[in-house]
Write a protein that binds this ligand. Structure first.
Ligand SMILES: NC(=O)c1ccc[n+]([C@@H]2O[C@H](COP(=O)([O-])OP(=O)(O)OC[C@H]3O[C@@H](n4cnc5c(N)ncnc54)[C@H](OP(=O)(O)O)[C@@H]3O)[C@@H](O)[C@H]2O)c1
Length: 442
């Protein structure tokens, strides 16, 4: 769609992503005008401080208030790059959509909680709400789901969606270091926030998964429906055992169609060492989609950072310049189905279990009985009599002291395994809490 009029964007937030976007729009302005069929001009910007580096990258009109920018008669597109799932981000996006402005945002937290409501508002105003940058930064997975894969019925979408936790797990696996030590190192290097909760406890990946599930399965984005488990409890002993058994441990985000509905979970997960995702290391992200006609596709790349994320924001802006707008979550907001919280008790799959078993006659037999009572069959059981270098395994070897036992189950229901583990703990043959990690068949 060619036009003599520029597309006028207002950018709220000039931090990591906002300053990357300013650099991209200035560096590629000529090519963007050709590809988009019209100039893209920056008609207004907003941040809290004018003194920070991002604010100095532009001479565009300054707005102190993001809502004033959102409704300004001088803009066609409001680009929200402030962050936060309420307050100024929510209010300004609502105001922009209400005022008939297209919205582009990188804000997964906002959309994972308010996506359906905001999509309905966009539809009512006949504008678009685009968010390529909100899921896996520079990886174009939103466009793949919104456009390229529309002819398919999707059965599973999964991935490594948080670079910080992937960096920590990669270092733990390679160096045999405990979580706390690697976290401190990641914080010193600037890979992890001072408060790492959002990254290491799964919320950030959960926000992204809520959006992927909405696009893949036609459900309302619902962060509360995502089951979350973080990586704090993973020990070097688990990495050593995983390696011996042919697995890697990743913070995996999975949304899948199951007989009981859509199951969405983020948790430390064992994946086969031979799978493509197993070699996605460090701060990289990766998303895989399984669908009936295409089979499997895998996209990997930078899941965050100023330039990769700006690349995705820019693609949404150029789409609007070209007149390529669509419904935010593919279906009309009123047709998106509600998604119930994932009941993990009905999850089916294989499991890794690590127990510290008191070295007494009959202990292993008693454990095997508890497992058999729930009709769970074991693929392997490994008992380590000596593992002095494995933190988390305790100090094995002496009669009566705990010895590490690792079990891999065949496919079973999670609640059956939990019943078995409860009984094993009550029997008194194990020290501490059993470690349980889901195994994902990839
Ligand atoms: N960083 C990434 O790699 C990445 C990747 C994908 C998605 N995202 C998403 O992109 C968004 C922005 O992230 P970021 O890393 O760029 O954040 P950031 O570096 O912290 O920048 C945030 C910007 O928003 C401004 N801001 C915050 N609250 C404001 C308010 N009430 N009024 C006006 N301006 C306000 C800040 O101004 P001051 O600096 O003056 O306070 C700053 O310019 C978030 O939703 C994030 O989840 C980020």
């Amino acid at each position: 769609m060619k036009s003599d009029k520029p597309l006028r964007v207002g950018i709220a937030g000039l931090g990591t992503v906002g300053s990357g976007l300013l650099a991209l729009l200035s560096q590629h302005s000529g090519a963007i005008a050709e590809k988009g069929g019209r100039q893209v001009s920056i008609a207004g910007v907003c941040a809290r401080s004018r003194k920070k580096p991002g604010a100095k990258l532009t001479k565009a009109p300054w707005f102190d208030d993001p809502i004033a920018l959102a409704v300004s008669a001088d803009i066609d597109v409001f680009v929200e790059l402030m962050g936060g799932d309420k307050g100024p981000a929510l209010e300004s996006v609502k105001a922009a959509l209400g005022a008939g402005k297209h919205v582009v945002t990188a804000n997964k937290a906002l959309l994972a909680r308010h996506g359906a409501e905001l999509a309905a508002l966009a539809e009512k105003s006949g504008v678009t709400l685009s968010f390529e940058a909100a899921v896996a930064g520079g990886i174009p997975i939103v466009k793949a789901l919104r456009e390229s894969l529309l002819g398919n019925s999707i059965s599973r979408v999964y991935g490594i969606l948080n670079g910080t936790s992937n960096y920590i797990l990669t270092r733990m696996q390679r160096e045999g270091l405990p979580f706390a030590e690697v976290l401190a190192e990641a914080q010193a290097l600037g890979y992890a926030e001072a408060d790492p909760t959002f990254d290491v406890d799964g919320q950030d990946a959960g926000h992204k998964l809520a959006l992927l599930a909405a696009l893949a399965f036609g459900v309302r984005p619902n962060f509360n429906a995502v089951h979350l488990e973080g990586i704090r409890g993973i020990t070097p002993a688990d990495f050593r055992a995983a390696d011996e058994l042919g697995y890697r441990i990743k913070l995996l985000a999975v949304a899948a169609r199951t007989p009981g509905g859509i199951e969405a979970r983020v948790s430390p997960t064992m994946i086969p060492r031979s799978s493509a995702l197993a070699s996605v290391d460090g701060v990289l992200n990766c998303v895989a989609v399984e669908a009936d006609f295409v089979g499997q596709i895998i996209l990997a790349g930078p899941g965050a950072g100023s330039r990769p994320t700006a690349s995705s924001v820019a693609s949404d802006i150029i789409d609007i310049a070209r007149g390529h707008t669509g419904l935010p979550f593919i279906l009309p907001a009123a047709k998106l189905e509600s998604q119930k919280p994932a009941g993990m008790c009905t999850h089916e799959g294989g499991f890794y279990i690590r127990l510290s078993v008191y070295d007494r006659p009959g202990a292993i037999a008693a454990i095997a009985t508890r497992v058999a009572e729930q009709n769970i069959s074991l693929e392997s059981v490994v008992q380590k009599r000596e593992a002095p270098d494995l933190p988390g395994f305790g100090r094995p070897g002496k009669e009566g002291e705990p010895t590490p036992v690792v079990m891999i189950t065949h496919r079973t229901r999670e609640n059956l395994l939990r019943f078995a583990l409860d009984a094993i703990v009550k029997d008194g043959h194990v020290a501490g809490t059993p470690q349980m990690i889901r195994i994902e068949a990839l």
